[in-house]
Design a binder for this molecule. Structure first.
Ligand SMILES: Nc1nc2c(ncn2[C@@H]2O[C@H](COP(=O)(O)OP(=O)(O)OP(=O)(O)O)[C@@H](O)[C@H]2O)c(=O)[nH]1
Ligand SMILES: [Zn+2]
Length: 214
C-alpha cells in the first residue's frame, strides 16, 4: 500500500496539471483524527478493541478511494497507436465505483465509452479508457461531472473527432439513507464533436450501445 502511495506522490510532483500538482500528499494522520472524532460524535468508544484500528484503516481506505485526486488524467492517454482507424470504437460495461461528494457515499454502476479518432487516426489502448474512468471516479464526484470529464479528456487529449460517454449508476445515498429508493438508476451522457453534430454517427453509436450493453 505505501509503495502505491509513494508512486502516486511521485506522479503528483511531475504532473502537468497544476491543480493536481498542488494537492499535496494524503494526510493520513489527519484523517485518523477525524475518524476518531466521528466515532466519538456518534456515541461510540474509539478505544474499544474492535474500533482501535478503525481510524488507521479508514485513513488508508480513503487514500486509496480518493487516489484519483492525485493523478493527472492526461497521463493515462500517453500511449496511443497510429492505426489510421477513423470510425467508431466502443468499450461498454466499464465498472464504475465512485463517491458522491454530497454524502461521501458510494455510487456504483457502469460506463460506456465510444469515440471516433481524429484525423491522425490515433487510437488509445482499450484499457486506458477504463483507467480514465478510474482516475475521475476515485474523487469526490457527481455523476454528471464524472461523465463530462471523461468525454472532455478524450476529446481534447486524444484529439478524438467525436466522443460519447454514457454512465449509469445506483447512488447509495438514495438507497441506504434519505429517500431509500433501492434500484433507482441514474443515467447521464456527454456527447462531443462529430458524435454531437452528425446524427447518423450518433445514432450508430446509440444503436451499438443498446445492442451490446448488458
Ligand atoms: N445531480 C446529482 N445529484 C446527486 C448526485 N449524488 C447525489 N446527489 C443528490 O445531491 C442532493 C443533495 O441534496 P441536499 O438537500 O443538499 O441533501 P440531503 O438533505 O441529504 O438530500 P436528500 O438525499 O434528499 O435527503 C440529493 O438530492 C442527492 O440525491 C449526483 O451525482 N448528481
Ligand atoms: Zn449523495
Amino acid at each position: 500500500m505505501s509503495e502505491q502511495l509513494d508512486a502516486t506522490a511521485a506522479r503528483l510532483v511531475s504532473s502537468r496539471d497544476p491543480e493536481v500538482r498542488t494537492r499535496g500528499t494524503v494526510d493520513l494522520a489527519r484523517i485518523e483524527e477525524a475518524v476518531r472524532d466521528i466515532l466519538v460524535a456518534v456515541g461510540e468508544d474509539p478505544d474499544r478493541r474492535g474500533l482501535k484500528e478503525t481510524p488507521r484503516r479508514v485513513a488508508h481506505a480513503y487514500a486509496e478511494l480518493f487516489a484519483g485526486l492525485r493523478v493527472d488524467p492526461t497521463d493515462v492517454l500517453d500511449t496511443t497507436f497510429e492505426e489510421g482507424h477513423q470510425e467508431l470504437i466502443m468499450v461498454c460495461d466499464i465498472e464504475v465505483q465512485s463517491f458522491c461528494e454530497h454524502h461521501l457515499l458510494p455510487f456504483l454502476g457502469r460506463a460506456h465509452i465510444g469515440y471516433v479518432p481524429g484525423e491522425s487516426g490515433c487510437v488509445a489502448g482499450l484499457s486506458k479508457l477504463a483507467r480514465l474512468v478510474e482516475v475521475y471516479a476515485r474523487r469526490p464526484q457527481v455523476q454528471e461531472r464524472l461523465t463530462s470529464q471523461i468525454a472532455d479528456c478524450l476529446h481534447t487529449t486524444l484529439d478524438a473527432a467525436g466522443v460519447l460517454v454514457v454512465v449509469e449508476c445506483e447512488h447509495t445515498c438514495m438507497t441506504m439513507r434519505g429517500i431509500r429508493k433501492a434500484g433507482a438508476r441514474t443515467v447521464t451522457s456527454a456527447v462531443r464533436g462529430t458524435l454531437q453534430s452528425d446524427p447518423r454517427t450518433r445514432n450508430e453509436a446509440m444503436e451499438l450501445l443498446r445492442r451490446t450493453a448488458v
